[in-house]
Design a binder for this molecule. Structure first.
Ligand code: ADP
Length: 397
């Protein structure tokens, strides 16, 4: 049976999941961390709960891929390399060029590198992962799956900022969004679960993890999304501010003596959001427990998070002139029942009602709205890796 591997390469890490296709069975998964540093950590999970872990000096992504394939054979997860017939790579920025998943050739690699301007930390790392696999397994189907592709269906009125048109025309300054693979997976899954064609549905998908984004999916197409030119925009996140008035930047810089705009952007990306508000943590679990113990800043951080998520859902109901389905996914969306309940409670004017008993669940695919709710509310664990493997499968000849 042929296997496909989904890859998410970071600058010093390589996360992967191996599927038997077309059955979509997960055979193994793992992560290589600290690539290029001493004592890289190499982990494989396989079988029924077995785990292999070792440390070694893994100097680059190519060595990581070689080691991964050797260990897969060693642990009898595959008999030979030939079993792996496809690889799908997550790529963060696809710009306007890549509206769908694409077979990788040298031109595609070059284009991914050229798009680094839009994702300076991610695209070069994604390209490194691609090249490493190309070198070690040159003949298998190799596919790039872009976080932005799903959002290329947005109409101009939703992707343009209200700034001089020349900045879009000259520099492609516009909204691109992110988490597209997740929004695509959960919106399609939602339609399947409720048994209606996605073409007939107005869906809002709330991907609430460390990074969080909300998307309006009308008839199966993304028509608007909360992240913007970069993933800094939209709702309050773990460490990211989400939407703010840009005039705050020169004001804070002047008051705080911050000379470099890049330092200000770093603060908005890394020191803001739940972390900056609460002073406690960027992690929702810590925020919830600090708030429960009476920490007022943590409570206000939680209130702001819920409020921003709720507002975007309301906004997107207006964008689509209606909402049939709301989906919660990712770390917070899948696990934080209180967040789901609080968000939903403020949307009762839409006829949206979450059933507290059905909502008392973590990480399990299910409908959590009441039977009489006009809007179906679902919890769907996201599966970007599976979506990537499916895209590879669809492009195999
Ligand atoms: P990433 O964007 O890094 O992939 P995840 O989707 O893994 O993030 O989500 C991480 C977030 O999910 C963290 O804020 C974490 O606190 C939150 N989370 C995970 N489990 C729970 C839980 N049981 N209750 C509340 N929040 C949770």
């Amino acid at each position: 049976m042929s296997k496909t591997i989904s890859i998410n390469a970071g600058s010093s890490s390589l996360k992967w999941k191996l599927f038997e296709m077309p059955d979509e069975v997960v055979v193994a998964s793992g992560i290589v961390e600290r690539i290029g540093l001493p004592d890289s950590i190499f982990t494989i999970k396989y079988g029924d709960g077995q785990k292999y872990e070792t440390t070694a000096d893994i100097q680059d992504h190519e060595v990581a891929v070689e080691m991964l394939l050797e260990q897969l054979t060693e642990l009898n997860i595959i008999e030979s390399f030939d079993e792996i017939t496809g690889v799908g790579h997550r790529v963060v920025a696809g710009g306007e060029k890549f509206s769908e998943s694409t077979l990788i050739d040298d031109d595609v690699i070059q284009a991914i590198e050229d798009l680094a301007e839009f994702a300076p930390l991610h695209n070069p790392a994604n390209a490194t992962g691609i090249k490493a696999f190309k070198k070690v397994l040159p003949d298998i189907t190799s596919v790039a799956v872009f976080d932005t592709s799903f959002h290329t269906s947005m109409p101009k009125k939703n992707y343009l900022y209200s700034i001089p048109m020349q900045y879009y025309e000259k520099h492609n300054a516009r909204r691109y969004g992110a988490h597209g693979t997740s929004h695509r997976y959960v919106s399609n899954r939602a339609a399947e679960i409720i048994g209606q064609p996605i073409e007939d549905l107005k869906i809002v998908t709330a991907h609430l993890g460390n990074g969080a984004s909300i998307t309006a999916v009308d008839g199966g197409k993304s028509v608007d999304t909360s992240m913007g030119f970069t993933p800094l925009a939209g709702v309050t996140m773990g460490t990211r501010s989400g939407d703010i008035d840009p005039s705050l930047l020169p004001f804070i810089m002047r008051k705080e003596g911050i000379a470099d705009i890049n330092e200000m952007v770093r603060i908005l990306n890394n020191e803001s959001g739940l972390k900056g508000l609460s002073g406690v943590s960027s992690d929702m679990r810590d925020i919830e427990s600090a708030a429960a113990e009476g920490n007022e800043d943590a409570q206000v951080a939680l209130d702001i998070f819920n409020d921003r998520v709720r507002k975007y859902i309301g906004q997107y109901a207006a964008t689509m002139n209606g909402i049939d389905v709301l989906v919660f996914t990712a770390g917070i969306g899948e696990n934080a029942a209180n967040v789901r309940q609080a968000v939903a409670d403020g949307l009762s004017f839409l006829g949206l009602k979450v059933d507290p008993d059905k909502n008392d669940v973590r990480g399990e695919e299910r409908i959590i709205s009441t039977d009489d709710s006009k809007v179906k509310v679902l919890l769907i664990p996201t599966d970007e890796e599976l979506m990537i493997a499916r895209d590879v499968e669809a492009l195999k000849d």
